[in-house]
Design a protein around this ligand. Structure first.
Ligand SMILES: NC(=O)NC(NC(N)=O)C(=O)[O-]
Ligand SMILES: [Zn+2]
Ligand SMILES: [Zn+2]
Length: 454
């Protein structure tokens, strides 16, 4: 079986279905799943050609990573569609959803959106969807939105004030669209800590103390208030502080249309292990302590956190300031797109999470957030034949030679992970086969609209 070929059936002894993991034949036609045959059933449609039998390898719905910064156009040297979607394919991710910032121009107008689509065309190894962006004054209608309550890290994507949010949410009322929040807020410090001498910027705790839990908590309180006030689906991206879990839980119990994600960094890394000057670990909100990490895992297990994404946010190596190790001026963002599944699984398998939980947290719920669950995120007749074939029991090392995204600078270099991806299939096409890629990318561009995939 060679890369690029269009399959007609995938057979495995371990297919992750909605209710169980079992032997099954997935019959594919025209890029769609037409039948899933279990319990030894065959059907008249069982095809005779292009059958891929993967034996005991796990077959799961392709991952939908709803939080990826592809910085093309404008900062393609940070990350572009070719390298980002190649990295996604190598990681079993069959759809990425591109954030509206770090590209120049940002996706804050329909015209800028058209430009993004143009740049993505013919460069995508996997399907690519797009979020729009809300910044002060642009409450124009674009599908699905992201906004910041604190400086975004790039000047061309300013953060919003509550008054901007009120306008945006009034515009969104009744549209079924979701508003995503980078929920951190600068706080006036009544009596700021007086330091005898300036804290060392190379020391991770200096950065950690500049992005405290209460900055997330205050921002999330505002999101919850607006969520109730306007009854618009609000989504908190990359939750880092577990201190916010109780108020999120309480708001959801009270019926707030609120969802929340966390990222692989907060689940796999802890402040205590970040070396001095290791600015490739810098992201906003920051990676917090081990105790916080355990509470995030508990919230994930309890279903209070709905999904796990990468927040792949690369930049050029120089912006990471590794030579000075200055956390305060280094770019905030971690590269990790390709390793999401093994990162999550390596830790989750020890905490009693199942393959089924993994599919829910990384495929089904993220597809639902983006309004593309009718065609992505789980295995069922009628859905796109997006599959990842992987071995949960196979350990491998993150080596620079296997990293496909542009910025090879990731905190996970050298780490040994469980869950090697072998084959990635997008709409019936093999787009990755153990280190090989098709000559022509096959990804298509999906407009993210909470109402429908167009
Ligand atoms: N401009 C960014 O890419 N920001 C991102 N940076 C992080 N997470 O450190 C983000 O998601 O906020
Ligand atoms: Zn963010
Ligand atoms: Zn982000």
């Amino acid at each position: 079986m060679e890369v690029g070929s269009e399959l007609t059936m995938v057979r495995s002894k371990r297919v992750v279905l909605n209710s169980r993991t079992c032997p099954a034949d997935i019959v594919i036609k025209g890029g769609k799943i037409v039948e899933i045959l279990t319990d030894g059933r065959t059907s008249a449609q069982t095809p005779r050609e292009k059958i891929l039998d993967v034996g005991d390898l796990v077959v799961m719905a392709g991952i939908v990573d709803s939080h990826v910064h592809v910085n093309e156009p404008g900062r393609t040297d940070w990350e572009g569609y070719w390298t980002a979607t190649k990295s996604a394919a190598a990681g079993g991710i069959t759809t990425i959803v591109d954030m509206p910032l770090n590209s120049i121009p940002p996706t804050t107008t329909l015209e800028n959106f058209q430009m993004k689509l143009q740049m993505a065309r013919g460069q995508c190894f996997v399907d690519t969807a797009f979020w729009g962006g809300v910044i002060p004054g642009n409450q124009a209608g674009v599908p699905g939105f992201k906004c910041f309550l604190i400086h975004s890290g790039v000047d061309e994507f300013p953060h919003v004030a509550e008054v901007d949010l009120e306008a945006a949410m009034a515009e969104l009322q009744g549209t079924g669209c979701v508003l995503l929040f980078h929920a951190e807020k600068e706080l006036e410090r009544v009596n700021p800590p007086i330091h005898s001498e300036a804290p060392d910027p190379r020391d991770y705790t200096t950065f950690l103390n500049s992005r405290t839990d209460d900055m997330e908590l205050e921002a999330i309180r505002i999101v919850i208030k607006l969520c109730f006030q306007y009854r618009v689906h609000c989504h908190i991206v990359h939750l880092s502080s577990a201190e916010a879990v109780p108020i999120i839980q309480e708001a959801r119990k009270a019926g707030a249309p609120l969802t929340v994600e966390t990222t692989h960094h907060y689940l796999s890394l802890a402040a205590e292990e970040i070396p001095t000057g290791a600015t490739h670990y810098k992201c906003c909100p920051p990676i917090r302590g081990r105790c916080n990490q355990e509470k995030l895992w508990s919230a994930l297990k309890a279903g209070i956190i709905d999904m796990v994404v990468s927040d792949h946010s690369p930049c050029t190596a120089d912006l990471k300031r590794l030579e000075t190790g200055d956390f305060m001026t280094a770019w905030g963002g971690i590269s990790s797109l390709q390793f999401g599944l093994p990162l999550f699984w390596t830790a989750a398998r020890q905490r009693g999470f199942t393959l089924h939980d993994t599919m829910n947290l990384m495929c089904k719920n993220t597809a639902k957030l983006c309004g593309i669950e009718d065609r992505k995120g789980s295995l069922a007749p009628g859905k796109d034949a997006d599959l990842v074939v992987w071995n949960p029991d196979k350990e491998f090392e993150v080596k620079e030679s296997i990293i496909y995204h542009k910025n090879k600078l990731t905190p996970y270099l050298g780490r040994r992970l469980y869950g090697e991806v072998f084959i990635t299939i997008v709409r019936g096409n093999i787009v990755y086969l153990q280190g090989q890629f098709p000559t022509l990318p096959s990804g298509e561009h999906i407009l993210v609209n909470a109402n429908s995939a167009t």
